[in-house]
Each structure stands twice: as C-alpha cells, then as structure tokens.
Design a protein around this ligand. Structure first.
Ligand SMILES: *Cc1c(COP(=O)(O)O)cnc(C)c1O
Length: 464
C-alpha cells in the first residue's frame, strides 16, 4: 500500500448515536440562548466542533487501564506510572498532576505572578485561560506572534512562531525585572492551531536564558506540533515525534499541560519543571488547589488512562491519521473556495469570518454570524475565537478589536469518520455560496468576567 495515503490505525468497537434535529428546532433553541453557542445543551447539537478539548475517544488499552486505577490517597501506583510516561516523552525532572491545564497554569501563576513580580507575561499567543489567569493577577499578557501568523490565507509553515527580535527589543526596553515569565504555546491554538518551529523554540529559549527569565511551554498540543516539525522543518524527517518532543522540551524550564488535548483523555493535566525550588513550592501549593501531589485532582483511574494516552498521542501512525483528517477537511472546503487559515492547523480548520462574510463589518461579528447560521442550517456547533472573544475596552473607553475574526471548527481526536468531515465541509461550503441571511449580529448583554464574555454574553441577529 502506498504510504502517502493515510489510514486510521484503529477500528470502531463502540458507537454513540448522534442527536438528530430539525432546522426549526435549532432556530428556537439558539434564540432561547441569545445566540450563544456555548449555552446550548449537548443534545441540541448534532456534530460538536466547539472544541477538541476532553472530547477524545479513548482506546481499548485506555479503558482497560482504568480498571488498574489505584485510588490510594498518597503515593498511588497510578501516579508513578504517569510520572514515568511523562518523563519518558518530555524529559523534565518533576511532574505535578492537576485536574486540567488551567490548574497547572494556576500553580505557575501563584509562583511567578505574585503582586510584587513584574507586570508583563510574554508569549507567542496566550491561550484564553492563561490570559485570564495573568489578568486576575493584575499582569498584562502580551502576544508577540510573528507577522505571518496574522495573515490567514497566506501559506507559511510555522505561523505559530514568535517574533524573536520584538521579544528581545521589548526585554531590553522594559527590563528583566518587569518580565516574570515567558510562555510559548505549541501549537498556537488561538490563530489556527498553527505550529512553532524547533528553531523558534530554541531561539526563544536562548533569549529567555540570556536574560534569566523562566521559560515554560504550554504543551496542550505538543504532539501535533512535533508532527508538523517532522513534516516541515529540515533535519527532522528521520526523527520520531517522540525524539522531537524530547528536544523541544529540553529547551524549556518546564511546561503546563492540558491532557484533554494531546494526552488523549477526557480530563487531566500536569505541571512539569526542572527546578528543585519550583517543584518544592508547586508540590505543596497543589495541595491547596487540587489535592495531594500524587493525584492533583484526578482519580487514580484517570491517571492510568493518561499514562497510556500520552504515549498513544505521540505515536507517528496516529498523528499521521489525525493531521491527515484535518488536511482532508481543508481539501473538501477548497471545492467551495471557503477562506480558512492556511495551511490547516493541527486541531481543526479555522474559518476567517471577515473573509467568509466580507459584507458584514467586524463590529457586527461576521464570524459569530457564520457560526450561528451554520448551527441553524446543519446542527454543527463551532466556536468563534475572534471579535466576540477578544475585543477589549481600554481604561479610556477605546474599543480595540482583534486583528483576526476566526471561527474554530475543532475536530475531536479519533471521533469522526470522513463522511462526517464531508458533511461538515459541504454545510460550510453551501453557506459560503449562499451568503448570510442577516446583516450581522449585535450584543444585547454581557457577562461579568470581561476576558470570558464570549461564554456568557447574549446576542441577536440584525435583519437585512
Ligand atoms: C485547553 C488549553 C488550555 C487550558 O487547558 P484546560 O485543560 O482547558 O484547563 C491551555 N492552553 C491551551 C493552548 C489550550 O488549548
């Protein structure tokens, strides 16, 4: 068999029925929740592409590992299995389990972002949870994404890269005492699940270490990032994704992990560090927020499933099928000329809202309008990560809209067949051809935590 074609390296043992619905039902449901897709119930959605977080189908090996879960409060066997699996891939000295990624970020923030620490947290593009965590600590999270990452339809191999020159200029200008932490998110979720090159990670690490600033990796999709490095970066073709991961993490002082992504589990996370001092604090602090350091908010059985899943997630044959399916999704959309972030990222296709509905101005939420209409027409739920999510109002009242108005059509791991992918692509393609029925959307009400308003606000369509 030709090796260029990908094939899923698994077969299906258990199936779960979809919740089928009619357009009339969906119109009523979405009106009821003020056009906020996050407020829908799961059974009102046919195909859920709102996130790839915690939605993975576990393997038979993981399900059987669950039965081995050791529920001992302190020092359970399952922790030591997880610790060994994580060290084998990432090579860090210490592993502290947490119930999910943001809990690991919380530990990191409690250590590095205290009131007297510096104000600026540097990143390529911070994920929402870290952004909010930094803001709650009264710090300012800053994105130094390199310019190609902002141009959705221009091809570039590593659109998650950080602008190293800008970072170094900023450090020189601002002073190291004002920068307590540097974080690199791989892949960069917010602008399209886009990878970061090894050269860029190494370059950032050199800068951070030259100036004595701690450097952590947000590793949620580290395995997908390693796959892209293997496929695209000269010198890595003959290395396994695991060897690439080892090198990548060797440049960092530690990482935070949302195992709900490349850990191939429905819940879980951890913090890794090489620092004896940081581990000493984290392993005590985790007790206040999550639980004892050998379970960190997870049941023993969840630690087991993760110990198996994290190894499955870095397997080359799996990754080839995973990314292959996302690429196939992109090819299906190309038949309709749909504007999306190119090349496709690791965890889904990100539609460019302002190019999809060019007649709708940004302040009328073109991306959100598309997401709501797609749900009404086809029962597919996706997530706007653009104008509704990232518009900021400054202290002087100026409203700053984000440069990109992306809608993430996230693809869960090992969940969908290619006929689901074809249905999703055809639904998006037909909507693109017909154009919007509306003149956009306006906001009617907003939530209390500014940085998370997109989860809580209410909206309505603007009639043409
Ligand atoms: C999901 C995610 C997080 C947060 O992890 P949770 O497990 O949802 O708390 C952090 N960073 C990135 C890049 C993510 O995608």
């Amino acid at each position: 068999m030709s090796s260029s074609r990908y094939m899923e390296p698994w077969k299906i043992k258990m199936v779960e029925p979809l919740h089928m619905s009619t357009r009339e039902q969906r119109e009523a449901w979405i009106a009821d929740v003020g056009l906020n897709l996050f407020q829908l119930r799961g059974d009102q959605v046919m195909i859920d592409c709102v996130t790839d977080s915690g939605t993975t189908a576990m393997s038979s090996a993981q399900w059987s590992a669950l039965m081995l879960g050791d529920e001992t409060y302190a020092g359970c066997d399952s922790f030591y299995k997880l610790e060994a699996a994580v060290k084998d891939i990432m090579g860090f000295k210490y592993v502290v389990p947490t119930h999910q990624g943001r809990a690991a970020e919380n530990l990191l923030a409690n250590i590095y972002l205290k009131p007297n620490d510096g104000k600026y947290v540097i990143g390529n593009m911070h994920f929402d949870s870290m952004r909010v965590r930094a803001e709650l600590a009264e710090k300012e999270p800053l994105d130094f994404l390199a310019e190609p990452g902002y141009h959705s339809t221009d091809e570039n191999d590593f659109k998650g890269n950080i602008d190293l020159e800008k970072v170094e200029d900023f450090i020189k200008k601002t002073g190291t005492e004002n920068i307590p932490l540097i974080m690199m998110t791989v892949t960069s979720n917010t602008n399209g699940g886009q990878p970061v090159s090894m050269a860029n990670i190494k370059g950032l690490s050199e800068i951070a270490h030259r100036y004595g600033i701690p450097f952590y990796i947000d590793a949620a999709r580290y395995a997908e990032n390693c796959y892209f490095i293997k496929e695209r970066e000269p010198g890595y073709q003959d290395k396994t994704p695991k060897e690439i991961a080892r090198e990548m993490f060797s440049y960092a002082d530690g990482c935070t992990m949302s195992a709900k992504k490349d850990g191939m589990v429905n819940i879980g996370g951890f913090l890794c560090t090489n620092s004896d001092e940081i581990y000493a604090i984290a392993s005590e602090l985790v007790m206040c927020f999550e639980g004892f350091k050998t379970y960190g908010g997870m049941a023993g059985r969840d630690l087991e499933a993760l110990a198996v899943g994290i190894q499955e997630g870095i397997d080359y044959t799996y990754l080839k099928a995973r990314i292959g399916q996302i690429e196939y999704f992109g090819q299906c959309l190309d038949e309709y000329g749909v504007p999306y972030v190119r090349p496709v990222g690791g965890n889904g296709v990100y539609i460019d809202g302002m190019k999809f509905y060019p007649e709708i101005p940004q302040e009328r939420y073109p991306g959100l309008t598309f997401a709501c209409e797609l749900y009404i027409h086809s029962g597919i739920r996706c997530a706007e990560l653009g104008t509704s999510a990232f518009t900021k109002t400054l202290e002087d009242g100026t409203v700053v809209m984000p440069r990109l108005d992306l809608v993430r059509v996230a693809i869960s791991r090992r969940v969908w067949t290619n006929s689901h992918i074809e249905y999703i692509a055809e639904s998006i393609g037909k909507l693109y051809q017909s154009g919007s029925q509306y003149a956009g959307i306006r906001k009617k009400s907003h939530g209390l935590v500014a940085a998370q308003e997109h989860f809580t606000s209410g909206y309505e369509f603007i009639e043409k």
